[in-house]
Design a protein around this ligand. Structure first.
Ligand SMILES: CC(C)[C@H](C(=O)O)[C@@H](O)C(=O)O
Ligand code: SF4
Length: 475
């Protein structure tokens, strides 16, 4: 039999038709309040039902207020929430609504409820659906008409994408995380570098990563234009999933694991494209521009656009510096921020909160900074509170919130003011993303915590620990 990649195996297993347009069976359809209303309206218009409500799950996350839960931003937002509730009731779909104990960001709750498992095809009307690929599933974002199609038929016509391997070898330096790696990858291959491809991450650095770190990696590969990201399941994947609510149990679990173990790229299978990254060369990253590829390491400086390739690179860098109000050659650690946001489907899981709390313990947020930490789900919130992380954040001067997308998309009351500069653990730094004229710098949770204390970017690796466990910052 011919040698296949992980992607080929999952794709083939779900193929229903192999004509020009290939038709895939969809194992899991996730839904949120922003992109589903139109799709349900269309369904109603056509007099159709949801084909597999048992494979469809919904949550409210984007417009949800993380302070007072009922402080919904505007009439449109209120309508979206009400519509989601009504649609789920009418079509028999499980909804983790605003106050449900399982509520959270869609890409956080899928894995933590065990809905996301290896080998599944998973779709959602949301670009960061790629997150679920960390479990060896084929997971990607879809548009509104595709949502209708999946609701009505549980299938999706697709053109087969190409494959790309990003091989990350070597060991990560302390306090360097998969967020730094993915920012570096996007800098290297560009915001279009993955276009038309499903990326499989391999290499010793990926093997060493926790499931949460892997999710961050897959979450952001979409910012390099890729269709999806995938990582072959291994013992860590099985350990993460065992006992989760919707994960198989008993004999079914044993059978599932045996099948999941076959989900890896065969030794002689080839990819259409391969990129190699050395993990040990990577430092904590900070973006300076208005797309995720415009970034550099914490030891670096804001580039001089004139030093970049003439043409598009120069033009976009010039426009970005103007919007970001940054001068060429400014040292990254000389950039001061007004706000710090720790949250989003990229970096709001328990390990993200733990590392940020570890950096923060015993310190105070700078008096010039407003800081906000938003767990990705109620499960994470409760877990963090059990561990006392909330107290570390609160004592340091952070606001401790209810779960939701919060300041990531600027679609709920958590917004930055015009001109404000934010160190953010989210995934997009586009113009206006976190509020009109707001300026976003993407960083890891550890970097965000250290920046909150100093008031400007700082290399979190300068945070050292005394033997008695007390903090001793060496800056
Ligand atoms: C609202 C939704 C369509 C959007 C997406 O698809 O990514 C949002 O989640 C985002 O991150 O910008
Ligand atoms: S946290 Fe941000 S990136 Fe993730 S789904 Fe919500 S808005 Fe999109």
């Amino acid at each position: 039999m011919s040698q296949q990649t992980l992607f080929d195996k999952v794709w083939e297993k779900h193929l229903i038709e192999m004509e020009e347009q290939q038709l895939l069976f969809i194992d899991l359809h996730l839904i949120h309040e922003v992109t589903s209303p139109q799709a349900f309206s269309k369904l109603r218009e056509e007099g159709r039902l949801v084909r597999r409500p048992d494979l469809t799950f919904a949550t409210a996350d984007h417009i949800v207020p993380t302070g007072e839960r009922d402080n919904i931003r505007d009439i449109l937002a209120k309508k979206q929430i009400d519509f989601l509730t009504k649609n789920c009731e009418e079509f028999g779909i499980t909804l983790y609504d605003i106050d449900h104990p399982d509520n959270g960001i869609v890409h956080i709750i899928g894995p933590e409820l065990g809905l996301t498992t290896p080998g599944k095809t998973i779709v959602c009307g949301d670009s960061h659906t790629s997150t679920h690929g960390a479990f060896g599933s084929l997971a990607f974002g879809i548009g509104s008409s595709e949502i209708t199609h999946v609701l009505a038929t549980q299938t999706l016509p697709q053109k087969k994408p190409k494959t790309m391997n990003i091989h990350i070898d070597g060991q990560l330096k302390d306090y360097v995380t998969s967020k730094d790696i993915i920012l570096k990858i996007i800098q290297e291959i560009g915001t279009n570098g993955g276009a038309g491809h499903v990326v499989e991450f391999t290499g010793s650095a990926v093997d060493d990563m926790s499931m949460e770190q892997r999710m961050t990696l897959c979450n952001m590969i979409i910012e390099a234009g890729a269709r999806a990201g995938m990582i072959a399941p291994d013992e860590k994947t099985f350990e993460y999933l065992e006992g989760k609510r919707f994960a198989p149990r008993g004999e079914a679990w044993e059978e599932a694991v045996a099948e999941w173990k076959t989900l890896k790229t065969d030794p002689d299978a080839s990819y259409d494209k391969t990129v190699v990254i050395h993990a040990y060369e990577i430092s904590p990253q900070v973006t300076w521009g208005t797309n995720p590829s415009q970034g550099t390491s914490i030891e670096g400086v804001v580039p001089d656009p004139n030093d970049l390739n003439k043409g598009a690179d120069q033009d976009t860098a010039k426009a970005a510096l103007k919007y970001m109000d940054l001068k060429p050659l400014t040292k990254i650690d000389d950039i001061y921020v007004d706000k710090v946001f720790i949250g989003s489907c990229t970096n709001s899981r328990i390990e993200d909160l733990r590392v940020a709390a570890e950096v923060l313990r015993g310190y105070q947020v700078s008096s010039k900074v407003e800081a906000l930490v938003v767990p990705g789900s109620y499960h994470i919130k409760r877990r963090a509170e059990e561990e006392g992380l909330d107290q570390i954040f609160i004592n340091a001067g952070f606001d401790w919130r209810e779960p939701g997308c919060s300041m990531c998309p600027g679609m709920n009351p958590d917004m930055a003011k015009p001109g404000e500069r934010i160190a953010s653990t989210s995934n997009r730094n586009f113009e206006g993303r976190q509020g009109k004229e707001a300026r976003t710098h993407l960083v890891s949770p550890a970097m965000a915590a250290a920046t909150a204390v100093k008031g400007h970017f700082i290399d979190v690796r300068d945070w050292t620990f005394k033997e008695d466990g007390e903090k001793n910052a060496t800056f």
